[in-house]
Design a binder for this molecule. Structure first.
Ligand code: SF4
Length: 150
């Protein structure tokens, strides 16, 4: 992809987002989502059933990336689209500015995490917590947010 196309995706596209190439968002229950802003009724997998690598490369994640590259909207991302109609500087716009430096992952269709956000509820879930140490050891940022999601 040319540099012009890259910058068009990062800064002119109304749907492209770096999130599905650099981040995943996991609830204490093990449910995984593209990010904290995506539709929480649409799971992208569950760590109780699949590994993070399997979720990262599953059909939903691949379709989300294809939609973004093709300029097609994805229902799960409608919160960002709606806010941008009101000129809100959304998470989508922020991550494209900050994480555009990882563009090579887009060209190779994934390939690594920058950040895994794990939500720890009032009853911290071992299924989620056990993931933290190996990723930290590998130099991948994990965020533990104290929230009461189940
Ligand atoms: S477009 Fe918005 S909702 Fe979709 S993955 Fe990016 S930040 Fe999340």
């Amino acid at each position: 992809m040319s540099a012009k196309d890259k910058y068009a995706k990062l800064y002119a596209s109304k749907v492209f987002c770096m999130m599905p190439w650099i981040h995943t968002h996991v609830w204490p229950s093990g449910k995984a989502f593209p990010c904290c802003m995506s539709d929480s009724t649409v799971e992208y997998g569950n760590l109780n059933d699949n590994s993070l690598a399997e979720i990262w490369n599953n059909e939903k994640y691949r379709q989300l990336r294809k939609n973004m590259l093709n300029g097609d909207e994805t229902k799960e991302c409608s919160r960002c689209y709606e806010m941008e109609k009101s000129n809100v500087f959304t998470l989508r716009k922020m991550v494209n500015q900050y994480y555009g430096k990882h563009w090579d992952r887009v060209e190779t269709n994934g390939g690594g995490f920058e950040q895994i956000q794990l939500l720890a509820g009032e009853n911290p879930n071992d299924v989620v917590r056990k993931w933290t140490q190996p990723f930290n050891d590998a130099g991948i940022q994990t965020q533990m947010l104290e929230r009461g999601l189940v």
